[in-house]
Design a protein around this ligand. Structure first.
Ligand SMILES: Cc1ncc(COP(=O)(O)O)c(C=O)c1O
Length: 373
């Protein structure tokens, strides 16, 4: 609520104004104003960035026009020929980004990072400069041990960057665990209302901040002031929303686990999740995404999704309304079938993003839809 102390300095407004100006007047030629040009800085965006920096516990936050714009900026910190170690299960858009990066300028490997730091060490090369992590992973909710992974990166001299979107800054603080960069698709839980696209990078040091500042000024994918305002407004109620959403997801996961038409439920809050103990140590709460594998024929996911009434079939996650999707056709459609198979994104997998509705209503909706498969 109070992160970043975002009151408007000029007027005392409890919320900052939406500073809708692309440029700023110089008092005289050699007297630079505090803000020069909105691609470089903007008072509304600064207020949002201060709030995220405090939540993430970092030296500085940079807000971008989308999560993917933020992620892509991290790759600009590397040199051609550098090697990146990514996760086997990762958001489809990030998989795409790493695939294109591997084809154009870098070397890229994907490893099962949830199996522990030894999986990362085994893939290490002399030119490894970045370990890209995502925890919990989308959609399988794999958990990576960030403290152990960060220790490997620090010892061997590579950057560690964590897509912490599904955890939120309230549940996991990658920088406190030794990682260099914490990334969020703000579009999801931080903004929280499915009405804005945004992304952030929070860095651990002033040196990284200076390097990323130069990248962002050069590449220009900044968050606009109106969207910064919306993201900040959303951030102020994040604790309430996320608390409710995580609680709903836990109840939904347990209800699905007992259903005869469900073969498997992926949710780190369940005792049988392979990294449940790690999730308990590393996270405050277990997230609000639940994925499930259905029994039945290959059309079962489609029949279930089309029968849902309260869950909306849509891309994205993290908003106040519950959403449901079929990763092979939606969030992970750009992956080849082989890459999906290797990542465990099979044809019977459904992803749920739990919103703030009443948990009993969500469970009733899932039960009636499961009856129809
Ligand atoms: C885990 C994760 N990271 C990154 C992104 C990309 O964010 P954006 O859609 O804001 O570009 C998404 C979007 O679904 C995501 O789920």
């Amino acid at each position: 609520m109070h992160a970043g102390n975002t009151h408007d300095a000029a007027t005392g407004g409890v919320m900052p104004a939406i500073h809708q100006s692309s440029t700023y007047a110089y008092p005289a030629l050699r007297e630079q104003p505090e803000h020069i040009y909105t691609r470089i800085s903007n008072p509304t965006r600064d207020a949002f960035e201060r709030a995220v920096a405090e939540l993430d516990g970092g030296a500085r936050t940079f807000a971008f026009a989308s999560g993917m714009a933020a992620s892509s900026a991290v790759l600009e910190l590397l040199e051609p020929g550098d090697h990146i170690i990514g996760p086997a299960n990762v958001y489809g858009g990030s998989f795409n980004m790493l695939k294109a990066a591997g084809e154009a300028r870098f070397e890229v490997s994907h490893v099962h990072q949830n199996e522990g730091p030894q999986a990362i060490e085994a893939a290490w090369r002399g030119n490894t400069r970045l370990v890209w992590m995502e925890t919990p992973s989308n959609p399988l909710m794999h958990i990576t041990d960030l403290k152990a992974a960060a220790a490997v990166c620090t010892a061997r001299g590579a950057l560690s960057c964590v897509d912490s979107t599904l955890a939120t800054p309230l549940a996991t603080r990658p920088l406190a665990l030794g990682c260099d960069i914490s990334m969020h698709s703000v579009t999801k839980y931080i903004a929280g209302h499915s009405d804005v696209l945004a992304g952030t990078l929070t860095v651990s040091s002033d040196d990284l901040a200076a390097r990323l500042k130069a990248v962002r000024n050069r590449t220009g994918g900044v968050l606009a002031s109106l969207d910064s305002y919306l993201a900040l407004r959303g951030l102020k109620t994040m604790a309430l929303r996320v608390g409710r959403q995580f609680g709903n997801a836990g109840r939904v996961a347990r209800a699905l686990q007992e259903h005869p038409k469900v073969a498997q439920v992926h949710y780190p809050g369940l005792e049988d999740h392979p990294q449940h103990d790690l999730a308990k140590r590393q996270m405050d709460g277990f997230g609000a995404v639940v994925s499930l594998r259905l029994r039945g024929d290959s059309n079962a996911p489609e029949r279930m999704l089309n029968a849902l009434e309260l869950f909306t079939i849509a891309e994205s996650l993290g908003g106040v309304e519950s959403l449901a999707g079929f990763p092979p056709l939606m969030s992970h459609s750009a992956m080849t079938p082989e890459a999906r198979e290797a990542a465990g994104i099979t044809g019977n997998l459904v992803r749920l993003s739990c919103g703030i509705e009443d948990a009993a209503d969500l469970i009733a909706d899932l039960h009636q839809a499961l009856e129809r498969i």
